[in-house]
Design a binder for this molecule. Structure first.
Ligand code: BGC
Length: 382
């Protein structure tokens, strides 16, 4: 029975994703971030996609970081649709990467009497006080995709294998770039936000894979910016990555091409692509470019050859796992957990469910993204 409900929920979420997320305005990730909102527009549409469920009298506050990236729009609408299908009232808020706005949104959720909080943080250490307030008010917290650091107020964590994302990106480079010390290739790293634990884990997974090739000379990082502190990108910001890539190309690649852009997120990849185009790169010397999230635009770029690969993260499954955690804290059900050791937030080890990230390129995008209903052929052809 439980299985049936979950698979029904998954179909609802799939429909919601197709109706709402994929064709959304976030496709143009170059667009400036919208103002912090009290209610995301796509989520309102998701409401229509969900079947009417009898209200169960409980309210869940869902705090999401930003609508400037497609994945979070999908995450929010999936969560809302799946929770509403179970009869929960949902207060979904996006803070548009403004840390203080997120704090205020969560404070308002607590004041409005939510029974549970689901938080995908902007700055994972900046919510300690508001998390304490929730704890004092007896409101359980689930960390969504990004670990909430420095707090014991978090009950569970639903995420993807974050080190595994870095491992998959690194492995892709190792397996596909034809690395050979006799014919060195240049590489630059564009990593994620220093206030996001996921970014550090991704970096660790990536370095584990590519370090031997930096050591044997098959890979050369001409900027020397191999330390996370020198290649991270605050708030995963596309413009920041573009500017840094421009500076690197001007400063270190006047006489030699950049061969590999190890980017930790599709948005950063778009920034690097703009910098490469600006520096005169063409199909003839275009680098191998990685990414993460397999956004619709990135997938189109993968098909056209502009981006080489990305990491597909099925936000429908993540939402499904997170919903089981909400049910666990509110109904006393058993949540699905598959990791009880990795995610130490400096105070406690948070019981987690890790979904599996999948490397996607032009050879397998159909199988991974189209056959699973994540995108339609039509969307990819538009
Ligand atoms: C997520 C990634 C995402 C990045 C930027 C990370 O916390 O795990 O999937 O690409 O944030 O939004």
């Amino acid at each position: 029975m439980k299985k049936k409900v979950l698979s029904a929920l998954l179909s609802v979420a799939m429909v919601a994703t197709l109706l709402v997320g994929c064709g959304s305005k976030a496709e143009e990730t170059a667009a400036p971030a919208a103002e912090a909102t009290t209610e995301a527009a796509p989520a309102a549409e998701a409401e229509e996609a969900a079947p009417a469920a009898e209200a169960n009298g409980k309210k869940v506050g869902v705090a999401m970081p930003t609508q400037s990236s497609e994945r979070w729009i999908n995450d929010g609408s999936n969560m809302k649709a799946q929770l509403e299908a179970l009869g929960y009232e949902v207060d979904l808020q996006y803070a548009e990467d403004d840390v203080q706005a997120q704090v205020s949104q969560i404070e308002n959720m607590i004041a409005s009497g939510v029974n549970c909080l689901v938080i995908a943080s902007i700055d994972s250490s900046a919510l300690v006080n508001v998390e304490k307030q929730a704890q004092t008010a007896g409101i359980p917290i689930i960390a969504y995709d990004r670990l909430l650091m420095d707090t014991d107020a978090v009950s569970y964590y639903a995420t993807f294998d974050n080190k595994g994302v870095g491992t998959a990106i690194g492995k892709y480079i190792v397996d596909n770039a034809g690395l050979d010390p006799a014919n060195p290739q240049t590489i630059e790293l564009f990593m994620g936000s220093p206030d996001d634990n996921n970014a550090h884990m991704l970096y660790a997974g990536l370095m584990e894979q590519i370090q031997p090739f930096l050591d044997n000379g098959a890979l050369v990082c001409k900027s020397g910016q191999l330390e996370f502190d020198s290649n991270c990108t605050l708030r995963w910001d596309q413009q920041t990555a573009m500017k840094r890539c421009e500076d690197i190309l001007t400063g270190y690649y006047a006489d030699e091409d950049l061969d590999i852009v190890a980017s930790a997120y599709d948005g950063l990849s778009y920034g690097c692509m703009a910098a490469l185009e600006g520096a005169g790169y063409t199909a003839d010397n275009w680098p191998l470019i990685t990414g993460q999230d397999a956004e619709l635009m990135a997938t189109k770029h993968i098909i056209s050859g502009k981006q080489t690969m990305s990491i597909a993260k099925d936000t429908r499954i993540l939402a499904e796992k997170c919903v089981t955690m909400v049910q666990a804290v509110l109904e006393g059900a058993e949540p699905e957990i598959n990791d009880t050791t990795t995610y130490n937030n400096n105070v406690i080890v948070v019981p987690s469910y890790l979904c599996t990230p999948v490397a996607v390129d032009k050879n397998n995008y159909k199988e991974v993204l189209v056959d699973t209903g994540y995108y339609t052929e039509e969307q990819l052809a538009e």
